[in-house]
Design a protein around this ligand. Structure first.
Ligand code: SF4
Length: 408
């Protein structure tokens, strides 16, 4: 098995001395010697893709190039460890056990794009992760590793949208922490109107690994379009829930076996990418974990949080209603289409009106607000409605309360 960012298995927090014996911060030294252009070439050569919760897997090099193209003198780099979905634990895990790997990646990114100020944002209710990040920063400062970059650890207030990159920048600026319309992208006008590179903390740990091992080692794992490894949180009906690092392209069924999932005929459905990803049927679990393979099935990598539902533990209608209800509660409410669209979808599901639910989900799918939350809900609901057999929906039709409220 190939591990790039979580080897060896953690025993508590990896401190500076331990990280340095494993080659830690040698990559940063090299970037400082070779320069930002060289660093960007290495990131492009490795083909690294973003590990944030949008699930788009945007190439890091594209973001870094947009930053490099700006003539602005003030610019920022932000490590996004806000991790707003409760089912995802990978970012907290990484920060708690391997904070220096994230910090080195953040410093490399700052060097590469010419930023003099950087923020390491950590979900504020994860005390262990915040403490580990602070201690790592203190160790790096004492050892003189920070250079001319001013770095601050910033705990975030967890909300359902606090991990969205423009919401994170809004919060960093002292505002409400709501997602903002795009364009402009953060790389064009982000924090305080200046170009800002926002990268998920796992992406930054992957950057540090790239400069420790070289692009060939990254390319040796994963697939041609998705090089390297990725962290997946596996949760739900499994015997060994936790965070797993596996190469991209690993079959979902193999990851489920590692985590102790029940036999396929006992599985009801699996979410491959958290609450905003379309559920997969038991006969679809051999899908390779790449952005493209999941998209071909009409779902997404999302937050890389794999949630397993057992057939005897839940019915499909219950799962769908509960998930849509959670997403409706998660809406921050500033965009009318998102707020009303979620409520209308939830009402249609509650009433057992599947045709209306499908219509509402289709409306919600496109352009209903400033962030991807409504798209995620719609994708989840549509895939459930379209891909699961009629028999899975029987419970919805037979529930006595599955009657429009106005007819009771
Ligand atoms: S789309 Fe929804 S969650 Fe996103 S900013 Fe608008 S109201 Fe908030």
């Amino acid at each position: 098995m190939t591990f790039l960012i979580t080897e060896p298995s953690p025993r508590g927090r990896e401190d500076l001395a331990a990280y340095r014996t494993r080659g830690g911060y040698a990559g940063l030294d090299r970037v400082r010697a070779e320069g930002g252009r060289w660093a960007l070439e290495q990131v492009a050569a490795a083909g690294l893709r973003g590990r944030g919760g949008s699930g788009s897997g945007c190439p890091l090099a594209a973001k870094w190039r947009r930053m490099a193209a700006s003539a602005a003198s003030d610019r920022y780099v932000v490590a996004n460890g806000a991790e707003s979905q409760a089912v995802s634990q990978k970012d907290r895990y990484l920060l708690t056990h391997f904070p220096h790997r994230v910090l080195e990646g953040l410093l490399i990114a700052a060097e590469a794009v010419g930023a003099r100020q950087a923020f390491l944002c950590v979900r504020g209710d994860s005390g262990a992760a915040v403490e580990a990040a602070r201690r790592a920063l203190a160790e790096a400062e004492t050892a003189g590793l920070i250079g001319t970059v001013a770095v601050a650890v910033q705990p975030t207030v967890p909300t359902a949208v606090s991990g969205e990159e423009t919401a994170l920048l809004d919060a960093l600026a002292g505002l409400e922490g709501y997602p903002q319309p795009q364009p402009p992208r953060p790389e064009e006008a982000g924090l305080r109107g200046c170009p800002t590179l926002v990268q998920n903390v796992e992406s930054l740990a992957q950057v540090a690994a790239l400069f420790r091992h070289g692009p060939e080692r990254v390319r040796a794992a994963g697939t041609r379009t998705c090089p390297g490894t990725a962290l997946f949180t596996v949760t739900g009906a499994v015997d060994r829930p936790g965070v797993y690092e596996v190469p991209y392209g690993t079959r979902l069924s193999d990851l489920l076996r590692m985590a102790g999932a029940p036999p396929v005929d006992e599985i009801l459905a699996v979410l491959p990418g958290g609450l905003g990803s379309g559920p997969l049927r038991p006969d679809e679990l051999d899908v390779p974990l790449t952005y493209e393979d999941l998209a071909a099935l009409g779902t997404t990598m999302g937050t890389s949080a794999v949630v397993v539902f057992r057939r005897d533990g839940a019915s499909l209608p219950e799962v769908v209603r509960e998930n849509v209800g959670l997403m409706a509660q998660a809406s921050c409410g500033q965009c009318q289409g998102c707020k009303e669209g979620h409520l209308a979808l939830a009402r249609a599901l509650e009433a057992g009106d599947m045709a209306e639910a499908r219509r509402r989900a289709e409306v919600l799918l496109y352009g209903r607000g400033n962030c991807a939350l409504p798209t995620g809900t719609a994708r989840f609901a549509l895939r459930a409605l379209q891909s699961f057999p009629e028999t899975e929906w029987q419970a919805l039709r037979t529930r006595p309360e599955a009657v429009p409220r106005t007819q009771r």
